[in-house]
Write a protein that binds this ligand. Structure first.
Ligand code: ADP
Length: 481
Protein backbone atom coordinates (compact mmCIF):
# COMPACT_ATOMS: atom_id res chain seq x y z
CA UNK A 1 0.00 0.00 0.00
CA UNK A 2 1.36 3.43 -0.83
CA UNK A 3 1.90 6.04 1.91
CA UNK A 4 -0.82 8.60 2.75
CA UNK A 5 -0.64 11.89 0.80
CA UNK A 6 0.24 13.82 3.94
CA UNK A 7 3.29 11.62 4.62
CA UNK A 8 4.31 11.71 0.95
CA UNK A 9 4.03 15.51 0.77
CA UNK A 10 6.08 15.92 3.95
CA UNK A 11 8.73 13.47 2.71
CA UNK A 12 8.97 15.22 -0.65
CA UNK A 13 9.16 18.61 0.96
CA UNK A 14 11.76 17.43 3.50
CA UNK A 15 13.92 15.74 0.84
CA UNK A 16 13.80 18.83 -1.38
CA UNK A 17 14.75 21.08 1.50
CA UNK A 18 17.55 18.72 2.55
CA UNK A 19 18.95 18.69 -1.00
CA UNK A 20 18.78 22.49 -1.10
CA UNK A 21 20.49 22.86 2.30
CA UNK A 22 23.26 20.40 1.34
CA UNK A 23 23.77 22.16 -2.03
CA UNK A 24 23.79 25.61 -0.45
CA UNK A 25 26.15 24.45 2.34
CA UNK A 26 28.58 22.88 -0.13
CA UNK A 27 28.52 26.03 -2.28
CA UNK A 28 29.16 28.28 0.76
CA UNK A 29 32.07 26.17 1.97
CA UNK A 30 33.74 25.96 -1.43
CA UNK A 31 33.19 29.71 -1.96
CA UNK A 32 34.54 30.64 1.49
CA UNK A 33 37.66 28.49 1.04
CA UNK A 34 38.31 29.87 -2.45
CA UNK A 35 37.94 33.50 -1.19
CA UNK A 36 40.25 32.93 1.78
CA UNK A 37 42.88 31.22 -0.42
CA UNK A 38 42.61 34.11 -2.92
CA UNK A 39 43.26 36.58 -0.09
CA UNK A 40 46.37 34.61 0.91
CA UNK A 41 47.48 34.56 -2.74
CA UNK A 42 47.18 38.35 -2.87
CA UNK A 43 49.23 38.72 0.31
CA UNK A 44 51.85 36.30 -1.08
CA UNK A 45 52.00 38.41 -4.27
CA UNK A 46 52.61 41.59 -2.25
CA UNK A 47 55.25 39.99 -0.08
CA UNK A 48 57.09 38.32 -2.97
CA UNK A 49 57.20 41.65 -4.84
CA UNK A 50 58.50 43.48 -1.76
CA UNK A 51 61.17 40.87 -0.91
CA UNK A 52 62.33 40.71 -4.55
CA UNK A 53 62.64 44.48 -4.53
CA UNK A 54 64.48 44.79 -1.20
CA UNK A 55 66.71 41.69 -1.23
CA UNK A 56 70.16 42.34 -2.62
CA UNK A 57 71.66 38.91 -1.98
CA UNK A 58 73.55 40.09 1.04
CA UNK A 59 73.30 36.97 3.14
CA UNK A 60 70.98 35.33 5.70
CA UNK A 61 70.68 38.35 7.97
CA UNK A 62 69.48 40.62 5.21
CA UNK A 63 67.00 38.03 3.92
CA UNK A 64 65.46 37.59 7.35
CA UNK A 65 65.13 41.35 7.76
CA UNK A 66 63.55 41.76 4.33
CA UNK A 67 61.21 38.83 4.95
CA UNK A 68 60.22 40.26 8.34
CA UNK A 69 59.52 43.73 6.97
CA UNK A 70 57.36 42.26 4.14
CA UNK A 71 55.03 40.97 6.81
CA UNK A 72 54.32 44.39 8.31
CA UNK A 73 51.44 45.47 6.09
CA UNK A 74 49.70 42.12 5.62
CA UNK A 75 47.50 40.12 7.98
CA UNK A 76 49.55 37.07 8.69
CA UNK A 77 49.28 33.48 9.66
CA UNK A 78 52.31 31.26 9.91
CA UNK A 79 54.78 32.02 7.08
CA UNK A 80 57.97 30.55 5.66
CA UNK A 81 60.19 32.11 2.96
CA UNK A 82 63.31 30.86 1.22
CA UNK A 83 65.64 31.47 -1.72
CA UNK A 84 66.43 28.35 -3.76
CA UNK A 85 69.41 28.00 -6.09
CA UNK A 86 68.71 26.60 -9.59
CA UNK A 87 69.84 23.19 -8.27
CA UNK A 88 67.26 23.33 -5.45
CA UNK A 89 69.58 24.16 -2.55
CA UNK A 90 68.14 26.43 0.17
CA UNK A 91 70.33 29.54 -0.01
CA UNK A 92 68.39 31.69 2.46
CA UNK A 93 65.46 30.96 4.76
CA UNK A 94 63.18 32.94 7.08
CA UNK A 95 59.96 32.35 9.06
CA UNK A 96 58.85 28.92 10.31
CA UNK A 97 62.11 27.02 10.60
CA UNK A 98 60.65 23.57 10.50
CA UNK A 99 59.34 24.39 7.03
CA UNK A 100 61.70 26.96 5.52
CA UNK A 101 64.97 25.04 5.95
CA UNK A 102 63.95 22.32 3.51
CA UNK A 103 63.08 23.15 -0.15
CA UNK A 104 59.34 23.86 -0.23
CA UNK A 105 58.97 22.92 -3.90
CA UNK A 106 60.40 20.00 -5.88
CA UNK A 107 62.80 20.12 -8.80
CA UNK A 108 60.08 20.08 -11.49
CA UNK A 109 58.20 22.99 -9.86
CA UNK A 110 61.47 24.85 -9.42
CA UNK A 111 62.23 24.51 -13.14
CA UNK A 112 58.72 25.72 -14.03
CA UNK A 113 59.06 28.70 -11.67
CA UNK A 114 62.34 29.67 -13.33
CA UNK A 115 60.78 29.41 -16.79
CA UNK A 116 57.48 31.12 -16.07
CA UNK A 117 57.80 34.84 -15.42
CA UNK A 118 54.37 35.10 -13.68
CA UNK A 119 55.48 32.69 -10.96
CA UNK A 120 54.05 29.38 -9.80
CA UNK A 121 51.30 28.90 -7.26
CA UNK A 122 50.56 25.65 -5.49
CA UNK A 123 49.29 24.12 -2.28
CA UNK A 124 51.41 21.51 -0.49
CA UNK A 125 51.68 19.77 2.87
CA UNK A 126 54.97 20.83 4.43
CA UNK A 127 57.09 20.14 7.50
CA UNK A 128 57.15 17.12 9.77
CA UNK A 129 53.48 17.54 10.69
CA UNK A 130 52.41 17.88 7.03
CA UNK A 131 50.70 21.23 7.54
CA UNK A 132 49.01 22.64 4.41
CA UNK A 133 50.70 25.75 2.96
CA UNK A 134 49.87 28.03 0.08
CA UNK A 135 53.08 28.63 -1.89
CA UNK A 136 54.20 31.21 -4.47
CA UNK A 137 57.52 30.67 -6.28
CA UNK A 138 58.97 33.52 -8.46
CA UNK A 139 62.32 33.99 -10.10
CA UNK A 140 64.35 36.80 -8.52
CA UNK A 141 65.06 39.61 -11.01
CA UNK A 142 68.58 39.56 -12.47
CA UNK A 143 69.47 36.29 -10.71
CA UNK A 144 69.20 32.58 -11.43
CA UNK A 145 67.68 31.95 -7.96
CA UNK A 146 64.02 31.45 -7.10
CA UNK A 147 62.20 33.15 -4.22
CA UNK A 148 59.61 30.93 -2.50
CA UNK A 149 57.12 32.59 -0.14
CA UNK A 150 54.44 30.59 1.69
CA UNK A 151 51.68 30.93 4.25
CA UNK A 152 49.97 28.28 6.30
CA UNK A 153 46.37 27.36 5.34
CA UNK A 154 45.58 26.30 8.92
CA UNK A 155 43.48 29.41 9.62
CA UNK A 156 41.56 28.87 6.37
CA UNK A 157 40.82 25.27 7.30
CA UNK A 158 39.78 26.35 10.80
CA UNK A 159 37.27 28.88 9.40
CA UNK A 160 35.90 26.31 6.96
CA UNK A 161 35.50 23.73 9.73
CA UNK A 162 33.76 26.23 11.95
CA UNK A 163 31.23 27.00 9.20
CA UNK A 164 30.76 23.28 8.52
CA UNK A 165 30.12 22.64 12.24
CA UNK A 166 27.54 25.43 12.36
CA UNK A 167 25.80 24.04 9.30
CA UNK A 168 25.71 20.51 10.69
CA UNK A 169 24.01 21.88 13.79
CA UNK A 170 21.64 24.34 12.15
CA UNK A 171 20.79 22.18 9.08
CA UNK A 172 19.00 19.32 10.89
CA UNK A 173 17.25 21.80 13.20
CA UNK A 174 15.99 23.78 10.18
CA UNK A 175 15.00 20.54 8.49
CA UNK A 176 13.05 19.32 11.55
CA UNK A 177 11.28 22.69 11.89
CA UNK A 178 10.40 22.82 8.19
CA UNK A 179 9.32 19.13 8.19
CA UNK A 180 7.02 19.74 11.19
CA UNK A 181 5.61 22.83 9.48
CA UNK A 182 5.10 20.91 6.25
CA UNK A 183 3.33 18.09 8.12
CA UNK A 184 0.99 20.56 9.78
CA UNK A 185 0.27 22.50 6.57
CA UNK A 186 -0.40 19.27 4.64
CA UNK A 187 -2.74 18.12 7.43
CA UNK A 188 -4.64 21.41 7.39
CA UNK A 189 -4.89 21.43 3.58
CA UNK A 190 -6.18 17.85 3.50
CA UNK A 191 -8.59 18.16 6.42
CA UNK A 192 -11.62 19.07 4.22
CA UNK A 193 -10.77 16.17 1.89
CA UNK A 194 -10.74 13.80 4.89
CA UNK A 195 -14.07 15.15 6.11
CA UNK A 196 -15.67 14.90 2.66
CA UNK A 197 -14.34 11.32 2.31
CA UNK A 198 -15.96 10.35 5.62
CA UNK A 199 -19.24 12.04 4.71
CA UNK A 200 -19.31 10.46 1.24
CA UNK A 201 -18.50 7.02 2.70
CA UNK A 202 -21.48 7.34 5.08
CA UNK A 203 -23.91 8.03 2.22
CA UNK A 204 -25.41 4.62 1.53
CA UNK A 205 -28.10 3.63 -0.99
CA UNK A 206 -30.83 4.73 1.43
CA UNK A 207 -29.31 8.22 1.99
CA UNK A 208 -28.61 9.34 -1.54
CA UNK A 209 -30.46 12.61 -0.89
CA UNK A 210 -27.65 13.68 1.45
CA UNK A 211 -24.69 15.80 0.29
CA UNK A 212 -21.15 16.39 1.51
CA UNK A 213 -20.31 19.76 3.09
CA UNK A 214 -18.38 21.90 0.58
CA UNK A 215 -15.76 24.29 2.03
CA UNK A 216 -15.99 27.78 0.45
CA UNK A 217 -12.27 27.91 -0.38
CA UNK A 218 -12.60 28.75 -4.11
CA UNK A 219 -9.96 26.16 -4.97
CA UNK A 220 -9.58 22.52 -6.09
CA UNK A 221 -11.07 21.28 -2.79
CA UNK A 222 -14.26 23.30 -3.30
CA UNK A 223 -14.46 21.98 -6.87
CA UNK A 224 -13.93 18.42 -5.62
CA UNK A 225 -16.80 18.80 -3.14
CA UNK A 226 -19.08 20.29 -5.78
CA UNK A 227 -18.19 17.51 -8.22
CA UNK A 228 -18.92 14.88 -5.56
CA UNK A 229 -22.30 16.48 -4.84
CA UNK A 230 -23.16 16.72 -8.54
CA UNK A 231 -22.26 13.04 -8.88
CA UNK A 232 -24.47 12.18 -5.88
CA UNK A 233 -27.35 14.12 -7.45
CA UNK A 234 -26.95 12.19 -10.74
CA UNK A 235 -26.74 8.93 -8.82
CA UNK A 236 -29.84 9.78 -6.80
CA UNK A 237 -31.79 10.62 -9.97
CA UNK A 238 -30.83 7.43 -11.74
CA UNK A 239 -31.45 5.23 -8.67
CA UNK A 240 -34.85 6.92 -8.24
CA UNK A 241 -35.70 6.26 -11.88
CA UNK A 242 -34.60 2.65 -11.51
CA UNK A 243 -36.69 2.19 -8.35
CA UNK A 244 -39.69 3.77 -9.98
CA UNK A 245 -39.27 1.51 -12.99
CA UNK A 246 -39.06 -1.64 -10.81
CA UNK A 247 -42.06 -0.56 -8.74
CA UNK A 248 -44.12 0.32 -11.84
CA UNK A 249 -43.13 -2.88 -13.65
CA UNK A 250 -43.94 -5.02 -10.60
CA UNK A 251 -47.23 -3.21 -10.17
CA UNK A 252 -48.18 -3.67 -13.84
CA UNK A 253 -47.30 -7.38 -13.69
CA UNK A 254 -49.47 -8.05 -10.66
CA UNK A 255 -52.87 -7.88 -12.39
CA UNK A 256 -52.07 -10.03 -15.47
CA UNK A 257 -50.47 -12.63 -13.20
CA UNK A 258 -53.55 -12.69 -10.97
CA UNK A 259 -55.78 -13.06 -14.06
CA UNK A 260 -53.60 -15.87 -15.43
CA UNK A 261 -53.73 -17.60 -12.07
CA UNK A 262 -57.52 -17.45 -11.83
CA UNK A 263 -57.94 -18.57 -15.46
CA UNK A 264 -55.68 -21.54 -14.83
CA UNK A 265 -57.65 -22.35 -11.65
CA UNK A 266 -60.95 -22.20 -13.61
CA UNK A 267 -59.51 -24.50 -16.30
CA UNK A 268 -58.21 -26.92 -13.67
CA UNK A 269 -61.69 -27.09 -12.12
CA UNK A 270 -63.09 -28.64 -15.28
CA UNK A 271 -63.75 -32.45 -15.15
CA UNK A 272 -63.23 -32.93 -18.86
CA UNK A 273 -59.58 -31.90 -18.87
CA UNK A 274 -57.24 -34.58 -20.34
CA UNK A 275 -54.57 -35.66 -17.76
CA UNK A 276 -51.69 -34.35 -19.90
CA UNK A 277 -53.29 -30.89 -20.16
CA UNK A 278 -53.99 -30.93 -16.42
CA UNK A 279 -50.31 -31.61 -15.69
CA UNK A 280 -49.24 -28.75 -17.97
CA UNK A 281 -51.72 -26.37 -16.32
CA UNK A 282 -50.53 -27.38 -12.82
CA UNK A 283 -46.95 -26.68 -13.81
CA UNK A 284 -48.03 -23.34 -15.31
CA UNK A 285 -49.88 -22.52 -12.07
CA UNK A 286 -46.69 -23.25 -10.08
CA UNK A 287 -44.63 -20.98 -12.31
CA UNK A 288 -47.24 -18.21 -12.14
CA UNK A 289 -47.23 -18.61 -8.35
CA UNK A 290 -43.44 -18.27 -8.29
CA UNK A 291 -43.56 -15.20 -10.53
CA UNK A 292 -46.23 -13.63 -8.33
CA UNK A 293 -43.94 -14.22 -5.31
CA UNK A 294 -41.04 -12.48 -7.06
CA UNK A 295 -43.27 -9.58 -8.12
CA UNK A 296 -44.55 -9.20 -4.52
CA UNK A 297 -40.96 -9.23 -3.20
CA UNK A 298 -39.94 -6.59 -5.75
CA UNK A 299 -42.87 -4.43 -4.71
CA UNK A 300 -41.99 -4.81 -1.01
CA UNK A 301 -38.36 -3.81 -1.66
CA UNK A 302 -39.46 -0.90 -3.86
CA UNK A 303 -41.68 0.32 -0.99
CA UNK A 304 -38.79 0.01 1.47
CA UNK A 305 -36.76 2.24 -0.84
CA UNK A 306 -39.49 4.83 -1.32
CA UNK A 307 -39.31 8.24 0.32
CA UNK A 308 -41.56 7.31 3.26
CA UNK A 309 -40.33 3.70 3.45
CA UNK A 310 -42.34 0.58 4.22
CA UNK A 311 -45.22 1.12 6.58
CA UNK A 312 -44.82 -0.97 9.73
CA UNK A 313 -47.62 -1.36 12.27
CA UNK A 314 -46.71 -1.43 15.93
CA UNK A 315 -48.71 -3.81 18.07
CA UNK A 316 -47.83 -6.53 20.59
CA UNK A 317 -47.03 -9.71 18.68
CA UNK A 318 -46.31 -13.12 20.24
CA UNK A 319 -43.40 -14.65 18.34
CA UNK A 320 -44.59 -18.16 19.35
CA UNK A 321 -47.83 -17.46 17.43
CA UNK A 322 -45.88 -16.30 14.42
CA UNK A 323 -43.67 -19.41 14.47
CA UNK A 324 -46.73 -21.66 14.86
CA UNK A 325 -48.57 -20.00 11.96
CA UNK A 326 -45.58 -20.27 9.66
CA UNK A 327 -44.98 -23.93 10.57
CA UNK A 328 -48.63 -24.76 9.85
CA UNK A 329 -48.40 -23.00 6.50
CA UNK A 330 -45.33 -25.02 5.42
CA UNK A 331 -46.24 -28.35 7.01
CA UNK A 332 -47.78 -29.72 3.79
CA UNK A 333 -44.88 -28.61 1.55
CA UNK A 334 -42.34 -30.08 3.99
CA UNK A 335 -44.32 -33.31 4.33
CA UNK A 336 -44.59 -33.80 0.58
CA UNK A 337 -40.79 -33.48 0.37
CA UNK A 338 -40.24 -35.90 3.26
CA UNK A 339 -38.85 -33.15 5.49
CA UNK A 340 -39.58 -33.11 9.20
CA UNK A 341 -40.61 -29.57 10.22
CA UNK A 342 -40.59 -29.04 13.99
CA UNK A 343 -41.45 -26.06 16.20
CA UNK A 344 -40.44 -25.35 19.76
CA UNK A 345 -41.49 -21.95 21.01
CA UNK A 346 -41.65 -19.88 24.20
CA UNK A 347 -44.05 -16.97 24.42
CA UNK A 348 -42.12 -13.80 23.71
CA UNK A 349 -43.99 -10.59 22.96
CA UNK A 350 -42.51 -7.89 20.79
CA UNK A 351 -43.97 -4.63 19.47
CA UNK A 352 -44.27 -4.90 15.72
CA UNK A 353 -46.13 -5.73 12.55
CA UNK A 354 -47.48 -9.27 12.70
CA UNK A 355 -47.91 -9.62 8.93
CA UNK A 356 -44.39 -8.43 8.21
CA UNK A 357 -42.86 -10.64 10.91
CA UNK A 358 -44.84 -13.57 9.49
CA UNK A 359 -43.42 -12.70 6.05
CA UNK A 360 -39.83 -12.65 7.42
CA UNK A 361 -40.07 -15.96 9.30
CA UNK A 362 -41.97 -17.53 6.38
CA UNK A 363 -39.15 -16.55 4.00
CA UNK A 364 -36.63 -18.29 6.26
CA UNK A 365 -38.75 -21.46 6.62
CA UNK A 366 -39.54 -21.43 2.90
CA UNK A 367 -35.79 -21.38 2.13
CA UNK A 368 -35.04 -24.10 4.67
CA UNK A 369 -37.70 -26.39 3.17
CA UNK A 370 -36.71 -25.45 -0.38
CA UNK A 371 -32.98 -26.08 -0.03
CA UNK A 372 -32.98 -29.06 2.35
CA UNK A 373 -32.87 -32.46 0.67
CA UNK A 374 -35.71 -34.98 1.21
CA UNK A 375 -35.44 -36.72 4.57
CA UNK A 376 -33.88 -33.63 6.18
CA UNK A 377 -34.98 -31.66 9.23
CA UNK A 378 -36.09 -28.07 9.71
CA UNK A 379 -36.54 -26.68 13.20
CA UNK A 380 -38.16 -23.35 14.15
CA UNK A 381 -37.54 -22.23 17.70
CA UNK A 382 -38.48 -19.14 19.69
CA UNK A 383 -36.63 -18.26 22.90
CA UNK A 384 -36.48 -15.28 25.24
CA UNK A 385 -33.00 -13.80 25.72
CA UNK A 386 -32.21 -10.79 27.97
CA UNK A 387 -34.08 -7.87 26.38
CA UNK A 388 -34.62 -9.79 23.15
CA UNK A 389 -36.77 -12.41 21.54
CA UNK A 390 -34.86 -14.84 19.37
CA UNK A 391 -36.29 -16.83 16.45
CA UNK A 392 -34.00 -19.48 14.99
CA UNK A 393 -34.71 -21.36 11.77
CA UNK A 394 -32.24 -24.24 11.45
CA UNK A 395 -31.93 -26.99 8.87
CA UNK A 396 -29.54 -29.82 8.02
CA UNK A 397 -29.47 -28.94 4.32
CA UNK A 398 -26.48 -28.18 2.08
CA UNK A 399 -25.39 -25.05 3.95
CA UNK A 400 -24.10 -21.79 2.46
CA UNK A 401 -20.58 -21.42 0.98
CA UNK A 402 -18.44 -19.38 3.44
CA UNK A 403 -17.47 -16.81 0.79
CA UNK A 404 -21.15 -15.93 0.23
CA UNK A 405 -22.18 -15.93 3.88
CA UNK A 406 -21.31 -12.23 4.52
CA UNK A 407 -23.34 -11.13 1.46
CA UNK A 408 -26.23 -13.55 1.79
CA UNK A 409 -28.65 -10.76 2.85
CA UNK A 410 -27.80 -8.60 -0.19
CA UNK A 411 -30.37 -8.23 -2.95
CA UNK A 412 -30.23 -10.71 -5.83
CA UNK A 413 -27.64 -12.79 -3.94
CA UNK A 414 -27.98 -16.52 -4.56
CA UNK A 415 -25.52 -19.17 -3.48
CA UNK A 416 -25.90 -21.21 -6.61
CA UNK A 417 -27.59 -19.54 -9.55
CA UNK A 418 -28.38 -22.73 -11.42
CA UNK A 419 -29.76 -24.59 -8.43
CA UNK A 420 -31.72 -21.58 -7.20
CA UNK A 421 -33.29 -21.00 -10.57
CA UNK A 422 -34.84 -24.45 -10.32
CA UNK A 423 -35.88 -24.13 -6.71
CA UNK A 424 -35.84 -20.55 -5.52
CA UNK A 425 -36.80 -17.03 -6.45
CA UNK A 426 -34.65 -14.09 -7.44
CA UNK A 427 -32.51 -13.81 -4.31
CA UNK A 428 -34.76 -11.19 -2.72
CA UNK A 429 -36.24 -13.12 0.22
CA UNK A 430 -33.36 -12.64 2.66
CA UNK A 431 -32.97 -8.95 1.70
CA UNK A 432 -36.64 -8.47 2.62
CA UNK A 433 -36.13 -10.38 5.89
CA UNK A 434 -33.29 -8.07 6.85
CA UNK A 435 -35.32 -4.98 5.89
CA UNK A 436 -38.26 -6.10 8.04
CA UNK A 437 -36.12 -7.12 11.03
CA UNK A 438 -34.06 -3.92 10.98
CA UNK A 439 -37.27 -1.91 10.68
CA UNK A 440 -38.27 -3.47 14.00
CA UNK A 441 -34.93 -2.43 15.55
CA UNK A 442 -33.70 -6.04 15.43
CA UNK A 443 -30.85 -7.95 13.84
CA UNK A 444 -30.60 -11.00 11.63
CA UNK A 445 -27.59 -13.20 10.97
CA UNK A 446 -26.81 -16.45 9.19
CA UNK A 447 -24.51 -19.22 10.41
CA UNK A 448 -23.61 -22.16 8.25
CA UNK A 449 -21.19 -25.01 7.82
CA UNK A 450 -21.26 -26.26 4.23
CA UNK A 451 -22.70 -29.78 4.18
CA UNK A 452 -23.93 -29.48 7.78
CA UNK A 453 -26.87 -27.11 7.37
CA UNK A 454 -27.73 -23.46 8.03
CA UNK A 455 -29.05 -21.45 10.98
CA UNK A 456 -30.79 -18.11 10.57
CA UNK A 457 -31.02 -16.18 13.84
CA UNK A 458 -33.47 -13.33 14.07
CA UNK A 459 -33.38 -11.14 17.17
CA UNK A 460 -36.01 -8.55 18.05
CA UNK A 461 -36.07 -6.21 21.04
CA UNK A 462 -38.81 -7.16 23.50
CA UNK A 463 -40.97 -4.48 25.05
CA UNK A 464 -41.74 -4.63 28.74
CA UNK A 465 -45.46 -4.17 29.36
CA UNK A 466 -46.29 -4.52 25.70
CA UNK A 467 -49.94 -5.02 26.60
CA UNK A 468 -52.31 -7.76 25.45
CA UNK A 469 -51.50 -9.47 22.17
CA UNK A 470 -54.14 -8.32 19.72
CA UNK A 471 -53.19 -8.57 16.07
CA UNK A 472 -56.27 -6.63 15.04
CA UNK A 473 -55.48 -3.62 17.19
CA UNK A 474 -52.34 -1.80 16.04
CA UNK A 475 -51.22 0.87 18.46
CA UNK A 476 -49.45 2.98 15.88
CA UNK A 477 -47.38 2.87 12.73
CA UNK A 478 -43.82 3.65 11.83
CA UNK A 479 -42.09 4.15 8.56
CA UNK A 480 -38.85 2.36 7.83
CA UNK A 481 -36.45 2.61 4.96
P1 ADP B 1 -34.12 -17.08 -3.07
O1 ADP B 1 -35.37 -16.50 -3.57
O2 ADP B 1 -33.12 -17.39 -4.12
O3 ADP B 1 -34.35 -18.20 -2.10
P2 ADP B 1 -33.18 -15.69 -0.77
O4 ADP B 1 -32.77 -14.26 -0.61
O5 ADP B 1 -34.29 -16.17 0.09
O6 ADP B 1 -33.47 -15.87 -2.29
O7 ADP B 1 -31.91 -16.58 -0.54
C1 ADP B 1 -30.69 -16.24 -1.14
C2 ADP B 1 -29.83 -17.45 -1.35
O8 ADP B 1 -29.36 -17.93 -0.09
C3 ADP B 1 -30.57 -18.60 -1.95
O9 ADP B 1 -30.56 -18.53 -3.36
C4 ADP B 1 -29.79 -19.81 -1.46
O10 ADP B 1 -28.72 -20.05 -2.34
C5 ADP B 1 -29.22 -19.33 -0.13
N1 ADP B 1 -29.99 -19.87 1.00
C6 ADP B 1 -30.96 -19.24 1.70
N2 ADP B 1 -31.42 -20.02 2.69
C7 ADP B 1 -30.74 -21.17 2.61
C8 ADP B 1 -30.76 -22.40 3.37
N3 ADP B 1 -31.60 -22.57 4.40
N4 ADP B 1 -29.88 -23.38 3.02
C9 ADP B 1 -29.02 -23.18 2.00
N5 ADP B 1 -28.95 -22.07 1.24
C10 ADP B 1 -29.81 -21.08 1.54
Amino acid sequence: MSLPVRVRLTLWYGSLLEAMLVGLGAFLIVRLRADLVAAIDRSLDTRAAQIALDYTGDGEEEFRGVSESSLVAVPRGETADQVLSPSGTVLQSAGDEAVSQEPMIGAADLARARRDGAGLRLTAALGADREPFRILAVRLPDRPDVLVVSESLEDVDRSVHRLLGLMLLAGPAALAAAGGGGWWIAGEALRPVRRMTEEAAAIGPGRLHERVGVPRTRDEIERLGMTLNAMLARLERSVDEQRRFVADAAHELRTPLAIMRSEIDVSLASDRLPPAARAVLRSAADEVGRMSGIVENLLTLARMDEEGGLEILRAPVDLADVAGDVARRFQAAAGSKGIVLGVSAEHVVVLGDRERLLQAVANLVDNAVKYTQPGGHVEVSVRAAPGRGRVVVADDGPGIPPELLPRIFDRFMRADAVRSRGTGGAGLGLAICRGIVEAHGGRIRAESEPGEGSRFVLELPVVEDAGPVDPAGPTGTMRVR
